[in-house]
Design a protein around this ligand. Sequence first.
Ligand code: DC
Length: 237
Amino acid sequence: MVSPAKGLTIAIDGPAGSGKSTIAQIISRKLNLKCLDTGAMYRGITLAALRDKVSLDEEESLVKIARNANFRFDYKKRYKQPFRVILNGKDVTREIRSKRVTAHVSQVSAYPAVRREMVKKQREMAAEGNVVMEGRDIGSVVLPHAHKKFYLTASIEERAKRRSVDLQRDGYEISQEAIMREIARRDHYDSTRPASPLVVPSDAILIDTTGKSVEEVVNEVLRHLEEPQDNDSFEKR
Ligand code: DC
């Protein structure tokens, strides 16, 4: 079993475009917590494999890449995007969002041995606590003892619209229909894979962000964080 982290740990899970990254980044800044985007880590491994022409069917080679990967999330106010993703010393913030990486990341992240390496790294990064970690299996697998768990969701139309805005900001032009198809494909793949599928943890607070502004969702999360801890979840830890 994972021992509880020392400082505050917040887990945010949900499907693509549910608003996890935006909300995690704002909450982390407001509360002065580290923000860890685990989707960016799986994307980083996928990018490294594609660049090195490693076959995505070779689980062992992907595990090696995952084991040797060193991730850093760099925050500077002057950045257009608040976080830079640094993989083995190189800034990969933009490349990990490319169509090619997006098309292959579900396959890479479905390998149980790759996930084991990543979960190990993610727990190490969260060991000191004071962290907001977002992804698909944070509340269920990576940080089952997180102090608060959130599961964000939204209609597929709204999620596709948000992804389209993000991609345009990063300089990618992809039609909204294509994004919706891609999201539906990944939703299916991520929720039905045998290893740590995307699930709503039984003790997570479910927030449907459809039709809500970022500010509304942030306030909802902050309100929940102010609630006293329930004794039951303390005993479980
Ligand atoms: O959140 P995102 O779209 O950047 O995530 C990219 C992919 O990584 C997503 O399709 C599923 C996978 N992923 C995962 O399996 N587990 C996580 N904790 C985070 C992401």
